[in-house]
Design a protein around this ligand. Sequence first.
Ligand SMILES: Cc1cc2nc3c(=O)[nH]c(=O)nc-3n(C[C@H](O)[C@H](O)[C@H](O)COP(=O)(O)OP(=O)(O)OC[C@H]3O[C@@H](n4cnc5c(N)ncnc54)[C@H](O)[C@@H]3O)c2cc1C
Length: 476
Amino acid sequence: LSTNNHSSARDRETIEQLINILRPQLGDENILSDPNECWTYGYDNSRLHCCPDLVVFPRTHEEVQVIVQACHDLLIPLVARGRGTGTTGAAVPIRHGVVLSTEKMDRVIEVDPLNRLMIVQPGVLNETVQQTAKEFGFFWPPDPSSASVCSIGGNLAHNSAGPRAIKYGTARENTLGLRAVTGQAKAIQTGFYTTKGTVGFDLTRLLIGSEGTLAVITEATLKLIPLPETKSLMRAIYKTMQAAAQAVMRIMQQPVIPCALEFIDTACVNLIRENSSISLPPDANALLLIEVDGMRAAMPDSLQAIRDCAQAPELIAIDTANTPQAVTQLWQVRKALSPLLRDIAPKKINEDIVVPVSHLAEFIEHTQFLAEQYQIQIVNFGHAGNGNIHVNLLIDPNDPQQTKNADDCLREVFALTLKMRGTLSGEHGIGIAKSAFLTDAIEPNALALMQQIKRVFDPKMILNPGKIFSSSEQNT
Ligand SMILES: Cc1cc2nc3c(=O)[nH]c(=O)nc-3n(C[C@H](O)[C@H](O)[C@H](O)COP(=O)(O)OP(=O)(O)OC[C@H]3O[C@@H](n4cnc5c(N)ncnc54)[C@H](O)[C@@H]3O)c2cc1C
């Protein structure tokens, strides 16, 4: 991507005009125009970068409305940004323009324990929501590994999740309503204050997962869940990845739904051996982390039900982490896998496909075949209970043959996923990284409808242009 400091399409005069409109509303301290300062707001975890012309820090819904109105009138692209931890380039301002950072919209507005909900501004960190909810005996289910550094706005815009989605669902299932500002600078309120409601179209679920292309979210009413009385974490060690994947299927067919069911493949098992003090048998080639929550009295039976499903000739051992330290260590190791992969290869292409759990074993097997065919290391781990696997292709980007092989291999991974009736992203979204594959995943009539909806919310196409749809259609 361009690393230009300046917008090529827009002259400095228009940006000065914008600054003059915004300065009285926001104050100088909430506007950055120096390219050196704007620079850090041009990236996300995709490592793509493009410098914005201006970065603004609104504190309220009303200030967001003023910013969107000005960008709309002056035809300037606007990208909402939480903390830039997304992995698909969705927060990268590829057409320069304005980055609207929600860093200063970080207030918990209200906690209503009687109705089990919390209202927050979008810049609140996921971890803050969890800590606040915990004080009242609740939690909010979406729990990305990046919880300590990612915002609720980003979680909603990507429909982010994590291990708990298997039992409690994603951001979509755990958000009651939103306040937002559309691309036409219209303030909207969606959804309900109640846990049921069927009045009109479900705009809340439409905005969730829309990656900042339809509206800027300024407030969210989050549905809270009571903390379980107890939790137990089990570790099942297998000789083969296929046996572990088949156990996932059996676990998901019985009534004790785990609150996490994570799959870890051979390459990751080796990484754990090399980078942690956890000891694993020499013939271990796959792990399942299985967490069960619920009432204390029911726990022995629940754990036994899981143990029964985990049985297989290839099962080496299944044990329960019996101290809080052991639980923390296992989760830390699982969550460290993604960053660790960055250390063992110059580049990792990190996908998050989803396949029906019945195809999990076949999918994992096929990726091993593709790894051999294309001479690329492929590492798989993830939220197996949902069939959501992080497929990581580890490559050297300076090797043109490997880069080509990775492209071809990825195409096959996606084709296989869709053939199995899976989908291309479970939680990271499309951004720019996967927009070229959108037409493979969505049938033409549905795609056309989505593009029409985009135009209704944002007729001048100023909101996060070039994301999700790789269409050349653009105004900004
Ligand atoms: C180490 C690591 C681990 C991760 N683990 C997980 C994981 O387990 N599960 C998972 O799902 N993801 C994970 N992620 C990805 C990432 O953390 C999530 O996608 C997260 O939700 C992004 O939040 P953010 O605040 O950084 O958003 P950003 O990256 O800043 O933005 C993401 C998208 O949201 C839009 N956006 C942000 N705020 C708003 C708003 N107020 N209104 C409208 N649009 C908005 C942006 O325009 C962009 O399209 C991980 C990332 C890292 C680096």
